[in-house]
Design a protein around this ligand. Sequence first.
Ligand code: SF4
Ligand code: SF4
Length: 69
Amino acid sequence: MGKKKFHLVVYPERCKECGICMAFCPQKNLAAGEDGRPVVINPEACTGCRQCEYYCPDFAIRIEQEDVE
Ligand code: SF4
Ligand code: SF4
């Protein structure tokens, strides 16, 4: 079983900067960037749980999974 890395993809035209994703991340790993949209604080700490993706009311987040050796 290889390791997995997760990447946060935000669609800026959909994000209304409500902060819900940041509130629901169990790792407290999302913060508001300069534009108010979510940025990952520590990429290594993202577990790929996809809570941010599920809870975003505007479907503005997608988690991409990458298999790494
Ligand atoms: S996938 Fe989970 S751990 Fe990663 S940023 Fe989203 S809510 Fe946080
Ligand atoms: S929950 Fe969705 S709309 Fe709200 S800040 Fe996060 S990405 Fe943007």
